[in-house]
Design a protein around this ligand. Structure first.
Ligand code: SF4
Length: 329
């Protein structure tokens, strides 16, 4: 049985069920790297070029972990676009090349280009090419891909119920996950999924908020039609898929009376975050908004203090019946 490794980073949180199902249905054994930790980041920092952002460095650490496991292949897709007329951050396009340049002990890569900006035909051809590494039966490859898409949709439905994408994947794999606890504050939390749902990168932000008595609302739990509708109100269309999702989610939550405040988790060194964070900060008018920027330093004290202060402020304002204007007016 062929062994295929999938790194536990970047688009893992959006597409792991799809690729795991696809390779498993073709008779492969899928191995993913473990959850991110200090060692993952340290290894990633050593291997990646300095200019890359934190999630890419962590991804390098995951690839390094997989390189020790005697795999037949490592799956590292080249993501360009996952929906028509929208794009993924350009750093994703270069990931397979950066990985090839940085590693000496790399197993063969399954480097598939995902670009459906104009048509999904090239992707379908690439799926057949990748499938042919495992079987000569074209029908089996097509069936495996159809099944894989169904499993991914099922996982997204779990996330609609309020679970993070990481929790949805655990549920999908048959693991036990606690129901999100209910609290007295409703906080919308935004950020790229690979930083937000990676407990090490986000310093367990979502779990901390829940322990502080907050119900966390995530973009994946919102109606996609409402997100797109709100994103379309920005004068210039945001052509990054994840960026548009965050802008639309923020504007939608800004209008919802049940949401008390918004938190945006940004990564140091991320170009799109610097722009999207700015747009959201300027457009959100009705809610208290806090931007948190994380980097390679793992000190949690600053994060906890800011979260506690934010929650205290929201509770105090609610108690006094104050609006969300800043103290200076
Ligand atoms: S969007 Fe930002 S965090 Fe994501 S890969 Fe690009 S630079 Fe890195």
């Amino acid at each position: 049985m062929k062994q295929v490794g999938i790194p536990h980073g970047l688009f893992y949180y959006y597409y792991y069920p799809l690729w795991k199902t696809f390779f498993t249905d073709l008779g492969a054994n899928v191995i993913s790297s473990s959850e991110s930790n200090r060692l993952t980041l340290d290894q990633g920092i050593k291997l990646a070029v300095d200019e890359t952002c934190l999630p890419i460095k962590v991804y390098f650490g995951h690839v390094q972990e997989l390189c020790r496991q005697h795999l037949d292949y490592i799956f590292i897709p080249r993501l360009v676009s996952v929906e028509p007329k929208s794009y993924i951050c350009p750093k994703f396009m270069g990931v397979p090349d950066m990985i090839r340049a940085a590693f000496d002990n790399l197993p063969p890569l399954i480097d598939i280009t995902i670009d459906v900006s104009k048509s999904d035909r090239p992707l379908k051809q690439d799926i057949m090419r990748v499938g042919s590494l495992f079987t000569n039966n074209n029908n089996r490859i097509k069936q495996a891909y159809t099944h894989a898409c169904q499993e991914n949709r099922f996982c997204r439905l779990l996330a609609r119920e309020g679970y993070t994408m990481a929790e949805a994947i655990s549920l999908w794999e048959g693991q036990q996950v606690q129901n999100p606890t209910s609290g007295d504050l409703n906080i919308g939390v935004l950020g790229h999924g690979y930083s937000l749902y990676d407990r090490y990168i986000s310093m367990n932000l979502i779990e901390r908020l829940r322990k502080m008595g907050c119900n966390v609302f995530l973009p994946e739990s919102l109606d996609t039609g409402c997100i797109e509708q709100q994103a379309a109100t920005v004068p210039k269309r945001v052509f990054w898929t994840l960026g548009r999702k965050m802008v639309g989610s923020a504007l939608y939550m800004d209008k919802r009376p049940d949401i008390d405040g918004l938190i945006y988790l940004a990564c140091f060194g991320c170009g799109p975050d610097s722009l999207i964070g700015e747009i959201i900060e300027n457009k959100v008018k009705n809610k208290s908004f806090m931007m948190l920027t994380i980097d390679e330093h793992s000190g949690e004290g600053g994060l906890v203090t800011r979260l506690e202060a934010f929650c205290d402020m929201l509770r105090r304002r609610r108690m006094r019946g104050e609006g969300n204007l800043p103290a200076y007016g």
